[in-house]
Design a protein around this ligand. Structure first.
Ligand SMILES: NC(=O)c1ccc[n+]([C@@H]2O[C@H](COP(=O)([O-])OP(=O)(O)OC[C@H]3O[C@@H](n4cnc5c(N)ncnc54)[C@H](OP(=O)(O)O)[C@@H]3O)[C@@H](O)[C@H]2O)c1
Length: 257
């Protein structure tokens, strides 16, 4: 295969939650493959630091303060990418949160917050990007699911429901927008070392669970944000032009075991 199949030079990407963790790992991968990057998240300080890191790699990188729960802010985010780069080729819907509780203890506010950010916050950027990608002749959308898109989880029930939804949203959009040459796929990260999983990895209450999870990862270690970059580059590049509607576990073999 030609190396050009993975080349993202001249492409512009928006990454929600691109200022840390998995989002930043993906941003670095896309930037190293040549893409311009708009980092969209709430914490301005973290976003500035991420933009500086990407610029240090030689990428054209810009930040914007966006809450994916907010329809207007999502529209501004897409407009900012168009203003800065003149195009939008790649959208990575990575922003996400979790709250750990037993199912019966969730309030309606907890449930709505998780659904708003993880599921509605994936739908809104897709809807906003669609007309621009279609008019340009195509595009790539990468949604971030989870192992809980596949498995149930006693301690993160609404998170699981939202991430199951991300997979079905991905399939439906892929089906609808194939005619526009927009490929919509998902990455299902395994157990990755980020702020989100820090309590699980460090708190005494979760020690037994941490050890059970770790023992089940055939690769023999938890993943890092950098481990997500290769699959993201594939799904953002011409190499995946005939791949749409799939959800790829990037999990060190966890699902296979
Ligand atoms: N770590 C894992 O093991 C794992 C496994 C499977 C899936 N995932 C998924 O991977 C994605 C990234 O998680 P992570 O582990 O990298 O966690 P993280 O380090 O906590 O990153 C979450 C990112 O989402 C952003 N974010 C949260 N709420 C937002 C909102 N309302 N609007 C815009 N941005 C928002 C955060 O930035 P601000 O706070 O600045 O907004 C941050 O950049 C999530 O969708 C998560 O569910 C993680």
């Amino acid at each position: 295969m030609e190396s050009g199949m993975f080349d993202l030079k001249g492409k512009a990407a928006v990454i929600t939650g691109g200022n840390g963790g998995i989002g930043l790992g993906i941003a670095v991968g896309l930037a190293e493959a040549g893409a311009d990057i708009l980092v969209a998240a709430r914490n301005e300080q973290k976003t500035n630091a991420a933009v500086n890191r990407l610029a240090g790699l030689g990428a054209r990188a810009v930040g914007t303060t966006t809450n994916v729960q907010n329809e207007d802010e999502v529209a501004e985010m897409v407009q900012k990418a168009l203003n800065e780069f003149g195009r939008l080729d790649i959208l990575v819907n990575n922003a996400g949160i979790g709250i750990r509780k037993s199912p019966q203890d969730y309030t309606l506010e907890d449930w709505n917050l998780i659904m708003d950010i993880n599921l509605t916050g994936t739908f809104l950027p897709c809807r906003e990007a669609y007309s621009h990608m279609a008019a340009a002749g195509g595009g790539k959308i990468i949604n971030i699911g989870s192992m809980t898109s596949i498995f149930g989880h006693d301690l993160v029930m609404p998170y699981s429901a939202s991430k199951g939804g991300v997979v079905q949203l991905t399939k439906s959009l892929a089906t609808a927008w194939a005619k526009d040459n927009i490929q919509v796929n998902a990455i299902l990260p395994g157990w990755i070392e980020t702020d989100l999983t820090q309590p699980l990895r460090t708190e005494e209450d979760f020690r037994e669970r941490y050890e059970l999870i770790s023992a089940r990862i055939p690769h023999g270690r938890w993943g890092t944000p950098d481990d997500m970059a290769g699959t993201a580059v594939f799904l953002a590049a011409a190499a995946s032009d005939y791949v749409t509607g799939v959800s790829i576990p990037v999990d060190g073999g966890y699902v296979a075991f």
